[in-house]
Design a protein. Sequence first.
Lengths: 213, 213
Amino acid sequence: MMTPERTVGRLSLYRRLLVAMRNRGTRHVFSHELASAAGVTAAQVRRDMMTVGCSGSPARGYDVPELIEHIGLFLDADEPEAVALVGVGNIGRAMMAYFEGRRPKLKMVAAFDQDGSKTNRVVHGCRCYPIEDMASVVDDRGIRVAMVAVPAEAAQDVADVLVRAGVRGLLNFAPVAIRVPEHVYVEDIDVTTSLEKVAFFARQKRAHKVSVS
Amino acid sequence: MMTPERTVGRLSLYRRLLVAMRNRGTRHVFSHELASAAGVTAAQVRRDMMTVGCSGSPARGYDVPELIEHIGLFLDADEPEAVALVGVGNIGRAMMAYFEGRRPKLKMVAAFDQDGSKTNRVVHGCRCYPIEDMASVVDDRGIRVAMVAVPAEAAQDVADVLVRAGVRGLLNFAPVAIRVPEHVYVEDIDVTTSLEKVAFFARQKRAHKVSVS
DNA sequence: CTCACGCTGTGAATCATTTCACAAGCATAT
DNA sequence: ATATGCTTGTGAAATGATTCACAGCGTGAG
């Protein structure tokens, strides 16, 4: 029973929406309310709730704190997960700033860069090491998750070192496909592709609009 | 005949890989070579080539320059597309730096921010305006594509203004679902969700590994 | 107490996407 | 000139994800 990738993504979104609701004092939520907030269908929400194994009442819907708890049990590791960052360029620094104190279960504990002027400092609460230390630091600290924010040419080499040092999951910002062994998971964030998609469909929709009218 | 979202994303990736190949002097490419570079199957590549309507020879494979040309004809607008950026924070600035001179067909022409200290300057070749000018500048310049890199609370309001000003496609970095009219396309980049997915599957794979051995 | 309503949980159906599998084609070696 | 061993292009099958549709239930109204 392998959970679909899409489902995991939605659960992460649900959780953030639910936390926001709880902070506003909401105690219960119906599938169609959460669906509307997440931009999906009610049936989809109920299906997803099945996979985290938690149920609601026909009268009140789902209990918000309970849902948050169960999604956490499903998504999170028992211990906070240490995350490494490779590449302290524009995107790397933006990620450091973004994740600072945002998700306590995912802590950026080490950054690596080739450029000596960026290393041996602490940026956004995260120590920067020279790239040569990557394998040893990742190995020593038992880091399993890493973000790759280096130029395209360097991405494969960096990934190879990380995987050999024990990393099992990569978040890749480089605009290339990284080749990894079967037991490693890679998620790509490719902003060029994303922006080209947006531009393409923006045009399509316009065309479609015209053809309909 | 609506092109699937996934296909458009892959075409964008193929194009970059093909440009890199051409720069290395490669003239022809087989579907399995491109597939391997892109991390997909050969059949997938051939299917995708069908949608751009361009064919290869059984002996030589596909002609690289011709493929680049045809993908461009399919993906790109005739004129370079003007892109707006809303939110000149960490992520916004990283995007400005990233896109500077990268894709000539997608030009960031205007940025907007609430913070007066960031506006009325030119950063990475892109002029920053106060947020109040957003509607008029977007309307005047006929901007159809925008990137939203503001805090979650502000994202919906920003999107509403952009859509009213004529934007048809949004690239959303805020970790919320944005509600837009049917004729507007939204692509979300949610780094929190992506990182949580990576952490989740990194753990899964480990577990799976253990259960197999 | 009983009814009616609106919700949940879920098997089955639908819809979308990917992969299979193979006919047809072209260059090269014989 | 022909056989061989690759390839492409593409219907058909398989796989994967989403939505439908409805039985079952708990609550509040009468």
